[in-house]
Write a protein that binds this ligand. Structure first.
Ligand SMILES: Nc1ncnc2c1ncn2[C@@H]1O[C@H](COP(=O)(O)OP(=O)(O)OP(=O)(O)O)[C@@H](O)[C@H]1O
Ligand code: SF4
Ligand SMILES: [Mg+2]
Length: 367
C-alpha cells in the first residue's frame, strides 16, 4: 500500500483572549503530530473532547492552515496551497460534518446541495446531466432519487447524514474525512451510517479518516487507530492491537468505555480522574502526567516520544514496559461489566454486524 495522507510535525495554535486588555494566549490544539495514512485504509483518531481531533481533521483536509509543519496529500505539500490548486485538492479530500442539522443549508433543496460540489469539482458533467448524477448518488447512499426536490428539514438525522455523504461523494473524492460522523445520531442509526461508509469505501476504493471520541464506535470499522491526548498522538497501531493490547495508560483508561474489551484475561480498568488540562498551558514532559496513576519525576521533565512496541504499534510513554509488567502480575479474572454498558454496547455491535444491504439498512423510520 502507498501513503496517501501524511502529517509532518503538524502544529496548530489559536490566539485567544482570556481577559480584557490582557495579551492573547495561545491554545496549543495540535502539537507536533506525525501520521502516515495508507491508501484504502480506514484510519481513526480517538480521544476525549478538546484533545484536538477536529483541528487535526481540518488540518488534514486543509480547511485550516497549520501554524507549523505540513500535510502531504499524494506527496503534494498543502499548507501553502491557494486558488485553483486548493480547489483541486478539496475535490480529492472531502469532509463529512458531525452535525447533519447545521451542516446542510436549509434554503437549498437536496438536488442543489448535492449538485453544488459537482459544479465546482466535476465540470465534465453537463448542467442537464446533473440531476441524473444526483439521483445516482442518492441511491448510492441508500436514499430514494425522488427525495431530491425536498429540503433538509424534511429528513431525519440519519437521512441528513446520508445527504451529507452524497454531497461529499459528488466531488468524486479519493479520501473522506468524517468528524464524529455518527455521534449526533441514535445508536441504531449510527450503525447504519457506519455500515454505509464501510460499503462505500469498498465500492469506491476510498480512504476513510474517522474522528471519534468513542473507541466502541470505531474499533470494528478501523484498520488502524491513533489515540490523541491534548494535541499529541500517544498511541498508534492496528485497531485490534490498540484495543486488545493497549499500552498507554490513557488508552487503557479509554478502553473502560468498551466493556467487551474487559471480559477475559485482562487487567482491571484504570479510572481516569480529573479534567483534561488546558491546552493553553499543557503540563510539561508527558501531557498526561497530571492524570496518570503511574507518573514519576521523569514524566514531568522529559517528553515521551512514540516508540515501537511491536510491528506497526507505537506508544509515547516512558514506562509502558514497567506498566505492562505490573499489569500481568495483577488479577486475571473476568471483570464484571455494568449491565447497562453491556446492553448498550451489545445493541450497537449487533446492529453494526448486520448484513449491509443498503436498502434494508434504511429502517422504516428512516424511510
Ligand atoms: N477556532 C478556534 N479558536 C480558539 N480555540 C480553538 C479553536 N478551535 C479549537 N480550539 C481549541 O482547540 C482545542 C482542540 O479543539 P478541537 O475542537 O480540535 O477538539 P476535539 O478533540 O475535536 O473536541 P470535541 O471532541 O469536543 O469535538 C480546544 O481547546 C478548543 O477549545
Ligand atoms: S510517560 Fe509517565 S505520565 Fe506519561 S503516560 Fe507514561 S507513566 Fe504516565
Ligand atoms: Mg471535535
Amino acid at each position: 500500500m502507498s501513503v496517501i495522507v501524511e502529517a509532518k510535525q503538524l502544529v496548530k495554535e489559536f490566539g485567544v483572549e482570556t481577559a480584557l486588555f490582557a495579551p492573547k494566549k495561545r491554545v496549543k490544539a495540535v502539537s507536533g503530530v506525525d501520521l502516515a495514512i495508507e491508501k484504502g485504509e480506514t484510519f481513526s483518531i480517538v480521544g476525549e473532547s478538546g484533545c484536538g481531533k477536529s483541528t487535526l481533521a481540518r488540518l488534514l483536509t486543509r480547511l485550516l492552515a497549520p501554524t507549523g509543519g505540513d500535510v502531504l496529500i499524494d506527496g503534494q505539500a498543502v499548507a501553502r496551497l491557494k486558488g485553483k490548486e486548493l480547489t483541486k485538492l478539496r475535490g480529492k479530500i472531502q469532509f463529512i460534518f458531525q452535525d447533519p442539522f447545521s451542516s446542510l443549508n436549509p434554503r437549498m433543496n437536496v438536488a442543489a446541495l448535492i449538485a453544488e460540489p459537482m459544479e465546482i469539482h466535476r465540470p465534465d458533467i453537463a448542467p442537464q446531466d446533473r440531476r441524473a448524477e444526483v439521483a445516482r448518488l442518492l441511491e448510492q447512499v441508500g436514499l430514494r432519487a425522488e427525495y431530491m426536490d425536498r429540503y433538509p428539514h424534511e429528513f431525519s438525522g440519519g437521512q441528513r447524514q446520508r445527504i451529507g455523504i452524497a454531497r461529499a461523494l459528488a466531488a468524486q473524492p479519493e479520501i473522506l474525512v468524517g468528524d464524529e460522523p455518527v455521534s449526533a445520531l441514535d445508536v441504531s442509526v449510527q450503525a447504519q451510517v457506519i455500515n454505509l461508509l464501510g460499503d462505500l469505501k469498498a465500492q469506491l476504493g476510498l480512504t476513510l479518516i474517522v474522528i471519534a471520541h468513542d473507541l466502541a464506535v470505531v474499533r470494528h470499522m478501523s484498520d488502524r487507530i491513533a489515540v490523541m491526548y491534548l494535541g499529541k498522538v500517544v498511541e498508534l497501531g492496528r485497531a485490534d492491537d490498540v484495543v486488545a493490547n493497549a499500552q498507554h495508560p490513557y488508552t487503557k483508561a479509554l478502553m473502560s468505555a468498551v466493556p467487551e474489551a474487559y471480559v477475559g484475561e485482562r487487567e482491571a480498568p484504570i479510572a481516569l480522574e480529573g479534567e483534561i488540562p488546558s491546552p493553553i498551558d499543557p503540563p510539561s514532559g508527558c501531557r498526561f502526567r497530571t492524570r496518570c496513576p503511574f507518573a514519576q519525576a521523569k514524566c514531568a521533565s522529559d517528553e515521551p516520544l512514540l516508540r515501537t512496541v511491536s510491528e506497526g504499534h507505537s506508544v509515547a510513554c516512558h514506562f509502558y514496559e514497567d506498566i505492562a509488567a505490573q499489569d500481568t502480575k495483577k488479577d486475571t479474572t473476568e471483570h464484571p461489566i455494568s449491565e447497562i454498558a453491556a446492553r448498550r454496547f451489545g445493541l450497537f455491535r449487533a446492529a453494526v454486524s448486520k448484513t449491509t444491504d443498503l436498502e434494508k439498512s434504511v429502517s422504516e423510520e428512516e424511510k
